[in-house]
Design a protein around this ligand. Structure first.
Ligand code: SF4
Ligand code: SF4
Length: 137
């Protein structure tokens, strides 16, 4: 791929409601906790499920994320890395078919100015740093 077009669409919340998990880095956890005015420990007890290698939000009934509201993300300025970088995830930008498939869900894909593939890779590399166990070298 030479370049990609993407521009998030106002009012859209589709990617927040796709079946899946919202993973956090340790830094994401601290930032989100600070944003909602809780200690990291209290935030983790209430919202986070910790496995041996990963942290993810607990899912409320019938929703994918505890912070998704009808008007959008309740922790937008402190949302986890995977939310902030979507759709510039390594597995999406490295495969034309995955990028196109994601475009059937995300109306922002294919919109906006052309983003050079090198820039997209730079952005995606932050995913690898934030979630090293998901992207082993
Ligand atoms: S689905 Fe795409 S356009 Fe919609 S909120 Fe997510 S990134 Fe933005
Ligand atoms: S944290 Fe915010 S941006 Fe991320 S999935 Fe939840 S509602 Fe969406």
């Amino acid at each position: 791929m030479d370049g990609l077009r993407f521009q998030c669409q106002p009012g859209c919340i589709r990617c927040c409601d796709v079946q899946g998990f919202v993973y956090l880095s340790e830094k994401d956890l601290k930032q989100a906790a600070r944003f909602v005015g809780m200690s990291a420990a209290a935030f983790e007890r209430k919202y986070v499920y910790r496995t041996r290698h990963l942290l993810r939000f607990r899912k409320p009934r019938h929703r994918q994320c505890p912070f998704l509201t009808a008007s959008g993300c309740d922790i937008h300025p402190a949302k986890p890395t995977q939310c902030r970088l979507f759709p510039f995830w390594p597995e999406l930008i490295e495969s034309r078919s995955e990028w196109q498939k994601t475009g059937r869900m995300c109306p922002g894909i294919g919109q906006g100015e052309l983003i050079q593939i090198g820039t997209a890779h730079e952005t995606a590399s932050e995913m690898k740093r934030a979630y090293p166990t998901m992207y082993p070298e």
